[in-house]
Design a protein around this ligand. Structure first.
Ligand SMILES: NC(=O)c1ccc[n+]([C@@H]2O[C@H](COP(=O)([O-])OP(=O)(O)OC[C@H]3O[C@@H](n4cnc5c(N)ncnc54)[C@H](OP(=O)(O)O)[C@@H]3O)[C@@H](O)[C@H]2O)c1
Length: 270
């Protein structure tokens, strides 16, 4: 029987490559996002499209119901949809911070709630949550984004233990700098919110750094391959660092003191 996967954020970047690769590996794949018009290629590749906004409960309920009606099972949920709303904490309106939490954490949690009864019934399944190296480190102007990714890690670590008795794995994916639409969105948000405030000097340097990451980061296929490896593995690791300097950055975070790490991050921006 073909395994069934749902990948969110499949209209671009990491999610798009993951959906494509899962189809190639023989999965029945549902790719979800808001912009279906960007998913023609995926449809041709055999991915089934679902219109979904992860801040809209009805669209998540309908999407999961459609999969279950067609396939009567769901084996893999890749919670990948997300974005970076950058800006100094003081400058970011609380409404925007809440929206970022809606997308990056509450959407992920709600979809997980919706698939779990079926995975528990099957006594198998995998929830693969796309966090970031940002789920282990901080950076200026990233308070809200990093808060959402630290939340993804705390939620996933807790859920993993909760689901062990039901035979369901929870895996955390921690990409480094990846060349996708993410960098442009983060940079634009940063400049819009803090490009002209008291934080502007460092904010403009940070924006330049995003530009460089866009040039020197890894391609999203690198992360997609890691996600697929976790999906296929009978005994997946709890977390995978992948692409764009992720491993070295996490290693440095481990061995350096907080203050030394802060100094290193700030020196990269200056
Ligand atoms: N790129 C990086 O350097 C990097 C590094 C570490 C972690 N990540 C994480 O990797 C994940 C994928 O990002 P990416 O780099 O592939 O970025 P991307 O190219 O911007 O793709 C983001 C995807 O999320 C979807 N999305 C955003 N808001 C949504 C919403 N409200 N409802 C449904 N879907 C929504 C977008 O689809 P629609 O707009 O069509 O809905 C899009 O398909 C994110 O969680 C991101 O935080 C990225």
């Amino acid at each position: 029987m073909k395994k069934v996967a749902l990948v969110t954020g499949a209209s671009s970047g990491i999610g798009k490559e993951t959906a494509r690769l899962l189809v190639q590996k023989g999965y029945t794949v549902y790719g979800a996002a808001r912009r279906l018009e960007k998913m023609g290629e995926l449809k041709e590749a055999g991915v089934k499209l679902i219109a979904m906004d992860v801040t809209d409960d009805a669209s998540m309920v309908n999407g999961v119901n459609e999969i279950l009606k067609n396939e009567e099972r769901i084996d893999i949920l890749v919670n990948n949809a997300g974005y970076g709303s950058y800006g100094a904490l003081e400058d970011v309106p609380i409404s925007e911070a809440k929206y970022q939490f809606e997308v990056n954490i509450f959407g992920l949690a709600r979809l997980t709630q919706l698939v779990l009864p079926f995975m528990r019934n099957q006594h198998s399944g995998k929830i693969i949550n796309v966090s970031s190296i940002g789920g282990s480190i901080g950076e200026p102007h990233g308070s809200w984004y990093h808060a959402t990714k630290f939340a993804v890690e705390g939620l996933s670590d807790s859920l993993r233990m909760e689901l062990k008795e039901f035979g369901i794995d929870v895996v955390i994916i921690k990409p480094g700098a990846i060349i996708t639409e993410w960098g442009t969105i983060a940079r634009q948000n940063l400049l819009k919110v803090s490009g002209n405030t008291d934080y502007k000097t460092l904010a403009n340097k940070h924006a330049k750094m995003f530009e460089n990451a866009d040039k020197h980061g890894s391609q999203p296929i690198v992360v997609a391959k890691t996600i697929v490896k976790a999906a296929i593995s009978r005994h997946p690791k709890t977390r995978y660092a992948t692409g764009g300097g992720a491993k070295i950055i996490l290693f440095l975070r481990k061995i350096l003191s907080d203050k030394m790490f802060d100094k290193m991050v700030l020196s990269v921006m200056r």
